[in-house]
Design a protein around this ligand. Sequence first.
Ligand code: PAF
Length: 303
Amino acid sequence: MKVGIIGRGAIGVCLASYLSKQNQMQTVLFIRDTYEPISPLYLQQVDGVDIAITAPQVNLNAETLKDIDLLILPIKHYQVETTLLALQGKLSHHTTVLLLHNGMGTQALIEKHLPNTPYLIGITTDAAYQVSANRFHQVACGKLEIGCPIQTSEIDSRNVSTRSMTELMKLHPRLTWREDIEYAQYQKLAINAAINPLSATKNCKNGQVKHFKDELKQIKSEIFDLYEFMNLPIDNHELSQQIDDVIDLTKNNYSSMHQDFNKNRQTEVDGILGFLLLKGEETGMKLPFIESLYQQIVSSGSA
Ligand code: PAF
């Protein structure tokens, strides 16, 4: 199987590091037009060992795109649409796309812009950040959950993914297949919504989010009410525990939104709080605390 990874982001580099240990898997990093290849890239793994990522870096417009069987998009939520547009007309019929980002709402985009392309959804708890142009630091080697959402198009990604399951397993040391990937996405969305905006606006590490008890309680309760109203088969007590567990497990990390917000970069707030607000609108449910947190981030210019 030939794997393509779009971008030189920290999560993409972690995936490239796992793949570099798999002889049978050829990996290519696709970089955007304006970027120059920098080779090799280095990842300091969680065990402190530096690993060189020697996968070739090629331009997104390259012919190489045609040979790719699995194209992974470990990019920011707000980069998904432009990337999908850039891929139009360039993929082969045998290419499956794997969306891998925080937040929700991009399923409609892939079905709109690449209607004939099978796709999968991934959720990762890997954590890493970029130190310099060619150096990355992995904070946690988490897990990767992959699944095939119900698709409105004629394309059946389920067949594609079942056939290449053995191959897919090589993508990550801890990969699991989730039949209920959409619920897993809603769980991850709740975790991101509870941690990321608070850590960004309060300028704190993930572990300190729990000191903002009232805010955390309020955000959890709005999410749980919404999920209940949407009839999602998610147990609120379990979800609350999962949120607390991620806060503890990542207590020394700065969330991705904290990093973006504090560097005045665009954040994934639209894919996280924005998506919840959209669901609130659709169901007629008011989410005042989530709305105010959203406004606070947007008004700072970090939409
Ligand atoms: O976005 C992030 O930083 C992570 O997904 C996590 C662990 C949920 C929050 O830090």
